[in-house]
Every structure is written in structure tokens, then in C-alpha cells.
Ligand binder design. Structure first.
Ligand code: SAH
Ligand code: AVI
Length: 330
């Protein structure tokens, strides 16, 4: 662990040290040598990727951010009253844009003590910690730069009633099995009878609406998708011809998830020099870069139950596009 910042109001710890670059190396080695090539989505988010994601959130086609914000605008006070939250732990916190609605409601209820953002992107945690202690006088921030699949044990002991927020629909970026395993780990952060999980999930809907959200007309999602190749070029001294990969996004109606892929437009041999690896792509071969599962309330209830959590309330936007659910340990 490395302490990146320590003041009276802010402590930011990093668990992604020099060894952590191995995580990208291991994922590339493992994912690009499989019969069906695949990479985990967490590697999208370097500074450029985080900026592209912010632009995605503003796109007319990308409804999840607006829908979730609408729910939080309407119901944050109710969520805070129902949970008595003094502490907000947020996984995949990013720029904490929507989080401010919850922190404001906690301030108004007079309960706000501490915010614990957990994100793999160091700059995001540092910048939002700095901004939030200015915006919310008296707030303490304990930031964790880490991987929410591997570093949840470093979340500090609770300081009052805790809400763990996992917003944006990021839970959909897990495959079903790993989603349940992740929720079981997450549940360990919650004390029965005291703490709650606030989970944002995108809902199953007309496939045309979903596909447009992941293949916008301005091509921002395509750039976000290709960004993972730029990250690998830079971090592992690879020579992907980024523009030779086409963005593909489709809704798998059976599995009810969106897949993003990158399709090689010609035959290519890519050198990943730091790994001494040559990766061959056949013409039109595809590399899966993300799945984004869409939920029904029943699927949500089942996943939560498998992790020992009971669904208490489901809040949706007026168009039923997105759900924020509140659950707690059984
Ligand atoms: N919660 C925000 C941001 C969602 S984007 C919102 O709702 O708008 C997903 C965020 O999760 C990014 O900030 C990314 O850096 C972070 N992230 C993705 N995979 C992660 C992982 N394995 N561990 C920690 N953070 C991760
Ligand atoms: C972060 N996550 C919930 C986004 C999603 O919708 O699955 C990432 C994203 N991928 C393409 N557009 C946005």
C-alpha cells in the first residue's frame, strides 16, 4: 500500500503499485491467447478513457446516466431517510458526478460523515476527494485506489450506518457467475440490521434503444472501445493499428446483455513487446472487450439472494429504463 495523500480531511491509499501493471499484462497474456479473444473492461479507463466515458454519459443515445440521475434527484432524501446513512462507500466512483446528490441529501439530513470512493483510476480518486471536501465542509474522504474485485478488504471499518453504492450499471459488466461471486464479497462490507447496498442496474428493454446506446452516431463509444488498444500499446509496448479495428456492439437477446467487440479489418500480427508475444488476428476476427448485462427485477432479486442480500426496494425512472435497488444482509 502507498499513501498518496494524507491531510486532516483526506486520506487516499493506493493498492495498485508497480506489481499491478502485471494485471494488464496477465489479462493480455491470458485474454489474447484464448481461442475467442477477450479483455476485461477495467482497462478502458486511463485518463483518455475516463474522459471518453464522461462524453458517453452526455450522448443523446446513452440513457443510463440520465435515468439514474433522475431517480437520485427524486429519491435521494428518501434513500437517506430509509438507511440513516452516515457513510457512503462507492465502488467504481469515477468523477462521483451523481454521488453528489446523495451526499447533499445526507448533509441535509445532518448525517454525513465520511465518503469512501474506490476506483482503479488514481487521478479520479484524488481529484474527486479534493473537490468533495471543498464542496461538503466537515466531510472526511478515505479514498482507495484499487480494483473492486481484489481490494475490497482494504475498505476501512464503518463509521456509522453505511451505504455501499455501486452505480451506473457497472454490475452489468460482470458475467453472471463472477457477478454473484463479486456480490458475495461486497456483502461482507455490510452489517446486518445496519448497512445497505444501493445498486444501479440497467433494465431489459427494446433492443433498438440498447444498441443505439452502445453504438452512438457520433462514434464516441467506438473510440472508447478502441482506447483499450491504445492502453496496451502504451503500457506493454505493443503495436496495435488501432484504426484497423472496427467497433461492434450488439444486444444478445438470449443472454440479455450487450457485447462490445473490436473486429480486425484485415489479417494482422500484433507484437506485444513487453510480453514477447505475437498475437495473430484473422480477417474479421473479433475481440470481446465488454459485456453489459441488462436486468429484470427477478434477476436482480436472484443475484442478491445468492449473495445473502434481501431486496428491500426498487426505484425506477418514469420511463422504466433503469433501476436503483436498496438491499441489506439477511
Ligand atoms: N460510477 C460512475 C462511473 C461508472 S464508469 C457512474 O455511474 O457514472 C466505471 C467506473 O468504474 C470507472 O470510473 C472505472 O475506472 C471504474 N472501474 C472499472 N473497473 C474497475 C475495477 N475492476 N475496480 C475498480 N474500479 C473499476
Ligand atoms: C461503466 N459501464 C456501466 C458502462 C456500461 O454501460 O456498461 C460502460 C460503457 N460501455 C459502453 N458505453 C458505456
Amino acid at each position: 500500500m502507498q499513501a498518496l495523500l494524507s491531510t486532516e480531511a483526506v486520506l487516499v491509499e493506493s493498492y495498485v503499485g508497480p506489481g499491478e501493471e502485471r494485471s494488464l499484462a496477465d489479462d493480455v497474456l491470458d485474454g489474447l491467447t484464448r481461442p475467442f479473444k477477450e479483455l476485461p473492461p477495467k482497462h478502458f479507463y486511463d485518463a483518455a478513457g475516463a474522459e471518453l466515458f464522461d462524453r458517453i454519459c452526455e450522448l443523446p443515445e446513452y440513457y443510463p446516466t440520465r435515468a439514474e440521475r433522475a431517480i437520485l434527484e427524486d429519491r435521494s432524501a428518501e434513500i437517506v431517510a430509509a438507511t440513516g446513512a452516515a457513510e457512503l462507500v462507492e465502488l467504481g466512483s469515477g468523477t462521483a458526478a451523481k454521488t453528489r446528490l446523495l451526499l447533499t441529501a445526507m448533509t441535509e439530513a445532518g448525517t454525513l460523515r465520511r465518503y469512501v470512493p474506490v476506483d482503479v483510476t488514481e487521478a479520479m480518486v484524488l481529484e474527486c476527494a479534493d473537490a468533495l471536501v471543498d464542496e461538503f465542509p466537515g466531510l472526511r474522504v478515505h479514498g482507495i485506489v484499487g480494483d473492486f474485485e481484489r481490494h475490497l478488504r482494504h475498505v476501512p471499518e464503518p463509521d456509522g450506518p453505511r451505504v455501499v453504492a455501486f452505480l451506473g450499471g457497472t454490475i452489468g459488466n460482470f458475467t453472471p457467475g463472477s457477478r454473484r461471486r463479486f456480490l458475495r464479497g461486497l456483502a461482507k462490507l455490510l452489517r446486518p440490521g445496519v448497512d445497505h447496498l444501493l445498486l444501479g442496474s440497467d433494465l431489459v428493454k427494446d433492443p433498438a434503444i440498447i444498441e443505439a446506446a452502445y453504438d452512438d452516431s457520433a462514434g464516441v463509444t467506438a473510440e472508447f472501445n478502441r482506447n483499450v488498444l491504445r492502453v496496451i500499446n502504451r503500457e506493454l509496448d505493443a503495436d496495435f493499428d488501432v484504426d484497423a479495428f472496427e467497433h461492434v456492439a450488439f444486444f444478445d437477446r438470449e443472454r440479455e446483455w450487450v457485447e462490445m467487440r473490436l473486429r480486425a479489418q484485415r489479417r494482422m500480427d500484433v507484437e506485444v513487446r513487453q510480453l514477447g508475444l505475437t498475437v495473430a488476428f484473422a480477417p474479421r476476427e473479433e475481440l470481446r472487450t465488454e459485456i453489459s448485462a441488462k436486468f429484470t427485477v427477478d434477476r436482480l432479486r436472484g443475484d442478491l439472494a445468492a449473495a445473502g442480500l434481501e431486496l428491500r426496494d426498487v426505484l425506477t425512472d418514469p420511463d422504466d429504463l433503469f433501476a436503483l435497488s436498496l438491499s441489506s444482509p439477511r
